[in-house]
Design a protein around this ligand. Structure first.
Ligand code: AYL
Length: 524
């Protein structure tokens, strides 16, 4: 059953700027687009668009041209929106960088993407500057939004007084963003998402769940990740909702901001659902404004979803997707409260979807009642990436000749057209909804002189959330504790990539071709 059951929507052939800001009415211009959750400072749509135009003008005047790549390393603050859209407006491509990354990780992304500039904030400048130096980016192209000696600031760009350039390009082929994802295997790769990919995913989302004009949307999920980027920065702003930004997750601050700013939509990842369902402090806040809690990025347990819905008296919905699909491909539509919350609902409008037997490549048989056998989920649609930057082989291994994106996730399908994600074929681990690439951690573990071999897989913590677990084979005669292994890795990676549990074993199970048998390790 490949075609979506939801009616197709029109996908405009326009740039992201045109799609988000093109149709602003006079009334929209004066209404609030973003509230800084910490300070309460407000930015109207008119101010936001003026900032976007000014940044585009300043960049063009400084030599930025169509197709240049610019790094953006910044937590969720209102200026992120101005900078992100300003760069796109100048015809350049944004490579969004995880703000928890180490200097080495930032440098690797800047180099791989060929970034010519980076935008950051002063608390992240040390890492950004080291990375920029490693990537050959001079200080005058390291913009520090809140200002720093020797660097341009946001104020400098906003007051440059240069008009936005007249840039024309084909939105179907022009790359808008280059987020990094490890996909089904290996290290993070640049995911080439075109303007049309992003515009399509917003239109498809509107065809399934509708945030209404003026509703308040809590923006705690990072804008640098494709979830925050598409659902918050593009989808919510296109619908003229109000983004309430939070630079980092802290439960009490999350509850305070939700309650004080009367937020209506909470877009979250499953670990926040655990806190909303279980933590006693939730009772101390008035969360009556919350209409929908929408979870994505990792599996949501059905009982957990029910517990959140009951405690908050709201709708809980779930979406599924991946960076390579801009990201959304499946969703539980708002109008279907009857659908099991542990499912990911239907394929989005304009999205074809299949479940195939990974051995035979044939579509699974969908029974009249109950679920099909699990198989690999394939999707095809206008939101699927153009490919991985500079990696034709990895692209071909992920998107087949007929345009189907092989997700590396195992799903079931029922006769009603509802999909359930039941497991993962690929090696990727999700920690709090963030990607953790086992290949990166395994390479670090092997740098330790006492470690002979290592494999990293996902394990469950006591709340049923996934955590990275390392299986380690020691060199003969070496004594090493789990804590030492954990500390060794922690000193070399971003906080979300830490190994959380270590098990020592005699040998890492491998196939005859030398591939780690991850399922076997996960099953232990
Ligand atoms: P990436 N259930 C189970 N696994 C999921 C789910 C889900 N609802 N969503 C994402 N994943 C896993 O690139 C799955 O393994 O994008 C998938 O291949 O960081 C991988 O995470 C992709 O991870 C939305 C809002 C999707 C958010 C998202 C999350 C995109 C995460 C649709 O509407």
């Amino acid at each position: 059953m490949p075609a979506s059951l939801l009616p197709d929507v029109h996908i405009p052939a326009v740039s992201v700027y045109e799609s988000v800001f093109g149709g602003l009415s006079d009334e929209d211009l004066g209404s609030v687009a973003i509230i800084d959750g910490g300070s309460g400072a407000e930015t109207t749509f008119g101010e936001l668009r003026a900032h976007v135009d000014a940044i585009a003008g300043a960049l063009a005047a400084r030599g930025v041209v169509l197709g240049d790549v610019i790094g953006l390393l910044c937590p969720n603050i209102p200026a992120f929106a101005s900078v992100f859209h300003g760069i796109l407006r100048a015809g350049a491509t944004v490579t969004t960088i995880n703000s928890l990354y180490t200097a080495e990780e930032i440098g690797a992304q800047l180099k791989d993407s060929g970034a010519a500039w980076i935008f950051t904030v002063s608390p992240l400048l040390a890492g950004a500057a080291a990375a920029a130096t490693a990537a050959g980016i001079p200080a005058e192209r390291v913009v520090v939004l809140d200002g720093a000696e020797g660097h341009p600031s946001l104020r400098d760009l906003l007051t440059a007084g240069e008009p936005a350039p007249e840039i024309s390009f084909d939105p179907a082929t022009q790359i808008a963003v280059l987020p990094y994802s490890s996909g089904t295997t290996g290290r993070p790769k640049g995911v080439m998402l075109t303007h049309t990919n992003l515009v399509a995913n917003v239109a498809q989302g509107i065809g399934a769940i509708g945030v209404e004009k003026g509703e308040r949307v809590l923006a705690v999920l990072p804008f640098f990740h494709i979830y925050g980027l598409t659902v918050l920065l593009n989808y919510a702003l296109t619908l003229r909702a109000v983004l309430v930004t939070m630079p980092r997750f802290d439960l009490v601050e999350f509850l305070r901001i939700t309650s004080e700013h009367r937020c209506n939509w909470l877009f979250i990842a499953p670990p926040i659902a655990v806190a909303l369902a279980k933590h006693p402090v939730v009772n101390a806040y008035d969360l009556s404004s919350v209409k929908v809690v929408f979870s994505g990025a990792a599996p949501l347990n059905g009982a957990l979803a029910e517990a959140v819905a009951t405690r908050l008296g709201c709708i809980v919905a779930q979406g599924y997707g991946m960076t390579e699909a801009s990201p959304a491909t499946h969703v539980i539509p708002l109008a279907r409260p009857d659908i099991d919350r542990s499912s990911v609902g239907f394929a989005l409008p304009n999205t074809e979807s299949r479940v195939i037997d990974p051995e035979t490549g044939l579509d699974v048989v969908v029974p009249d009642a109950g679920q099909s056998e699990p198989g690999e989920l394939l999707v095809r649609g206008p939101q699927v990436m153009a490919g991985y930057l500079g990696r034709p082989d990895e692209t071909a291994a992920t998107i087949d000749a007929d345009g189907w994106l092989h997700t590396g996730d195992l799903a079931t399908l029922d006769a009603e057209g509802i999909y359930r994600i039941v497991d993962r074929l690929k090696e990727l681990i999700k920690y709090k909804g963030y990607q953790v690439a086992p290949a990166v951690l395994e390479a670090i573990l092997l740098q330790h002189s006492g470690i002979a071999d290592a494999a990293v897989v996902g394990a469950d913590d006591e709340d049923g959330q996934e955590i990275p677990k390392a299986f380690v084979v020691l060199q003969p005669g070496v004594e090493l504790g789990a804590d030492e292994v954990i500390a060794f890795v922690a000193g070399r990676v971003a906080p979300h990539e830490k190994v959380r549990v270590v098990e020592f074993i005699d040998v890492i199970p491998k196939s005859t071709a030398g591939k780690i048998l991850r399922r076997e390790l996960r099953g232990r």
